[in-house]
Design a binder for this molecule. Structure first.
Ligand code: SF4
Ligand code: SF4
Length: 304
């Protein structure tokens, strides 16, 4: 497809979305687009969807993103395209009996995923919960005292990588989707910033970039992937990707490595000898808001 044809198809898609959404909703959706187009070069705006790019086209995009990081952040980074592996479906489990609410997981996410330093952004919120309550909507995410507190327990919440993800269903431009290994991703260059997915997520797991992230050059994590921790532009949505730039290459998520108590268990649900499978077979696991039918791949349990 030529650049001009591609431009037309992208515009047509936006127009179709307008017809589907209704005038008022589409006007709101389009407002950020105008800003994005103004800020982006034509090359970036005309870029194809991740899933439509040939390897050669993607290679050009990856090098452009690296050049942008050098120009805008003074950081030499390497941006890779890391694909799912056959025979892998990722799952995560968290032992609430041993989590102490220290937030080291959230801090590790902040650094690993090149989050904005001003807002101390992270994909993980650690909720301080009343013993006996399981309602995450009543957890306190902003506690500021020594932990753990008597009568409380701590529930870290991040993207649950739903098998039936409502965030994907509502995206008007298919900028977000579920990959073969179960990880829900966003093509940050295709997102139009309408924030429908943020509203649809029952776990408050999506984050919007109100401003371009601010990160000192020496703090930028240079090990990046297109679908995960590359520095996201202003005006787009982002979310936890189970650190796919690490986990698809056999490493563990940064949040798990940072946990001082061993509360976190991650692995391949299809591997019968994995620790995550052992947890599912031997612990009484539960998922958050099960009644919604989102089928999370993130499980919680207590030691009996
Ligand atoms: S937790 Fe939210 S962002 Fe993550 S897959 Fe489910 S609905 Fe989407
Ligand atoms: S990913 Fe979310 S914010 Fe981006 S276009 Fe899709 S629904 Fe809108």
């Amino acid at each position: 497809m030529s650049e001009s044809q591609d431009f037309v198809s992208r515009r047509t898609m936006l127009k179709t979305a307008g017809a589907t959404l209704g005038a008022a909703a589409f006007a709101r959706a389009l407002a950020p687009v105008a800003e994005v187009v103004e800020e982006l070069g034509a090359e970036e705006f005309l870029q194809k969807h991740y899933r439509e790019m040939t390897p050669a086209e993607l290679e050009v995009v990856l090098r452009r993103i690296e050049a942008d990081a050098l120009e805008n952040y003074g950081a030499e980074v390497h941006v890779r395209d890391v694909r799912p592996r056959e025979g892998v479906q990722f799952g995560y489990a968290l032992n609430l009996s041993v989590c102490i609410g220290c937030r080291r997981c959230a801090d590790a996410c902040h650094r690993e995923n090149n989050h904005d330093r001003r807002t101390n952004q992270s994909y993980i919120r650690v909720l301080e919960m009343q013993q006996g309550s399981f309602d995450m909507e009543h957890g306190d995410a902003t506690y500021d005292h020594a932990v753990p507190q008597p009568g409380k327990y701590y529930m870290p919440v991040q993207c649950q990588q739903c098998d039936n993800p409502p965030c994907v269903d509502v995206c008007p431009v298919e900028a977000t989707w579920k990959e073969r290994d179960g990880i829900v991703v966003v093509d940050y260059d295709w997102c139009i910033g309408c924030r429908y997915c943020e509203a649809a997520c029952p776990y408050h797991a999506r984050r919007f970039n109100w401003e371009a992230p601010e990160i000192p050059a020496e703090e930028v994590n240079p090990d990046q992937a297109y679908l995960s921790n590359r520095i996201r532009p202003q005006g787009v949505m982002e979310k936890c990707t189970f650190c796919l730039h690490r986990t698809r290459e056999g490493r563990l998520p940064a949040c798990l490595e940072a946990c001082p108590t061993g509360a976190r268990v991650f692995g391949n649900l299809l591997d019968p000898s994995s620790e995550i499978r052992w947890v599912l077979a031997n612990k009484r696991v539960f998922v958050l808001k099960e009644e919604l039918g989102t089928r999370p791949r993130f499980f919680y349990f207590f030691d009996e």
